[in-house]
Every structure is written in structure tokens, then in C-alpha cells.
Design a protein around this ligand. Structure first.
Ligand code: PGA
Length: 263
């Protein structure tokens, strides 16, 4: 794992966008795995700026989103399809037909989830997966206890997640109780992963998943099993890490060598 710490949310988001840009320059038809939530908003804003001001093109890019609320129409303002369209896709030159977000209204969910996995395989797998982390250590909607071998499936949301997400709905009763999410196993198959986290309320799950023991009770700890993960943090989210000086030191060493070094 590589841990990159920046003073502010803006700096952290820009640093992550630079990595994505670098990978896009190396592979024009890159397959990106994307996340929703407040965390990646700064990253998407920066990618849009790079598209508009630096000519970064998404013409041949395919994207697969991690998850979607079960039961919400794609046009619902709180659906993740709507989030992706309004916060990224509508502002870049991506073909909408190349953007996949799980269908929250899928009738035969099991069959649909299998189809979703097949589309990822058909695209050649995910080259770069973007992740956020929940306060309970979830990735995608894989709540504590999720199998590390889990695949795209219907899941029941944790009470904490429902509470956390109620800020986006008129009342807590409107928050969907279920979601479709890529599994931990699906996520681990991405060739490369970046995880972004900012703010004080992420400090604990961040320290747990980077430095704690691997356990399905903190699903993000599964990332310790992946060889190519870069974590982008602001100082608040990094504040409970024990080896913070080491991460800063290795980043400087890797800059001197002009090579990315993963632990
Ligand atoms: P957030 O959500 O970016 O809104 O904090 C992250 C997550 O729950 O995965």
C-alpha cells in the first residue's frame, strides 16, 4: 500500500486526479471503477477541469460504478446514476453507453448482478478502481462481515450507513434499506485501486484498514491483500495513523527516484 497525505481536501483530490490522468494517458481505453459519496466530489471536479482545460479525453473510457440503492429509479435525485451523471458524466466527453451503474430497479436481481459481473469481465476487467470508505470501514456497500470473496449482489444496509446517508433524504424513512454492490472479491480483482478519505470522522476506519489486522469486520482491511493500492488522505483523516512519518518519508524517497513504490 502507498499512503499519500496532503494538508487539505482540495490538494488530496488533485493528487488523486493526477494519478488517474497518468493512467489514462498510458491506456486510452482504460476501464475505471467509480464511487459515489461526498469524498470523490473534489476528484471529479478536478477531472472535469482537466477535461475542459487540458484536453483530457474520456472518449474511449468505460466506467463501472460500485453500487446503487435498490428500489430507486435512475432519475431519482439520490440515485447513484443521477449522482454520476450530474457530478461527472454530463461534463466530460464519455459515451453514456460506456458508463455502467447497477440498476436499482432490476427485476431479477441475482441474474442482473451476474450480468454486471460479466460486463466487467467482457471489458477486460477494471484497470483502476476508485474507492471511498465508510465510518464503519465499508467499501462500496460491503458492510462489516462481508465475505472477502463476495461478488456483485443485493445487500442490506447497516443502520449506521442508513443514518449517515439520511442527510441526503427528506427523512430517514426514505433512505433505501437495500443496495446492489460489487463484492469485496470483485473490488480486489481490479488491477489497481485508489482509496480517498478526508475529515476527522474517517481517521479511525483509515487507521484500522491501513495498520490494523485483516478482518471482515472492517471490510476495507481486505485491501491489504491487494498489491497495488494508493491511499489519498487529508491530514485529518491521517491523524490516527501510527506510522505517518514513515509514509511521508517513503513518499519523498519515491519522488527522488521518480518511481511509484508500493509497500
Ligand atoms: P462519503 O461516503 O464519501 O460520503 O463519506 C463514503 C462511503 O460511505 O463509502
Amino acid at each position: 500500500m502507498r499512503v499519500i497525505i496532503r494538508k487539505t481536501y482540495e490538494e488530496m483530490s488533485k493528487e488523486a486526479a493526477l494519478l488517474i490522468k497518468d493512467r489514462m494517458m498510458k491506456k486510452k481505453d482504460i476501464v475505471l471503477g467509480l464511487a459515489t459519496g461526498s469524498t470523490p466530489l473534489g476528484l471529479y471536479k478536478e477531472l472535469i477541469r482537466m477535461h475542459k482545460e487540458e484536453g483530457l479525453s474520456f472518449k474511449n473510457v468505460k466506467t463501472f460504478n460500485l453500487d446503487e440503492y435498490y428500489g430507486l429509479e435512475p432519475t431519482h435525485p439520490q440515485s447513484y446514476r443521477y449522482f454520476m451523471d450530474t457530478n461527472l458524466f454530463n461534463h466530460i466527453d464519455i459515451e453514456k453507453s460506456n458508463t455502467y451503474v447497477p440498476d436499482g430497479k432490476a427485476e431479477d436481481v441475482e441474474k442482473y448482478c451476474q450480468w454486471y459481473e460479466e460486463q466487467i469481465k467482457k471489458a477486460g476487467g477494471i484497470d483502476l478502481q476508485v474507492l471511498g470508505i465508510g465510518r464503519d470501514g465499508h467499501i462500496g456497500f460491503n458492510e462489516p462481515g462481508s465475505s472477502f470473496y463476495s461478488r456483485t449482489r443485493l445487500v442490506a444496509l447497516d443502520e449506521q450507513t442508513i443514518k449517515d446517508n439520511s442527510r441526503f433524504f427528506k427523512s430517514i424513512d426514505e433512505v433505501p434499506r437495500f443496495a446492489i454492490t460489487m463484492g469485496v472479491g470483485t473490488i480486489l480483482e481490479a488491477k489497481e485501486i485508489i482509496l480517498l478519505a478526508n475529515g476527522k470522522n474517517k481517521a479511525k476506519p483509515v487507521a484500522q484498514f491501513i495498520e490494523g489486522p485483516i478482518t471482515s469486520l472492517v471490510p476495507a482491511t481486505a485491501l491489504q491483500l491487494h498489491p497495488k493500492v494508493t491511499v489519498f488522505l487529508d491530514e485529518e483523516a491521517a491523524s490516527e495513523l501510527k506510522r505517518i512519518d514513515y509514509y511521508k518519508f517513503t513518499e519523498n524517497s519515491s519522488k527522488q527516484l521518480k518511481k511509484e513504490i508500493w509497500l
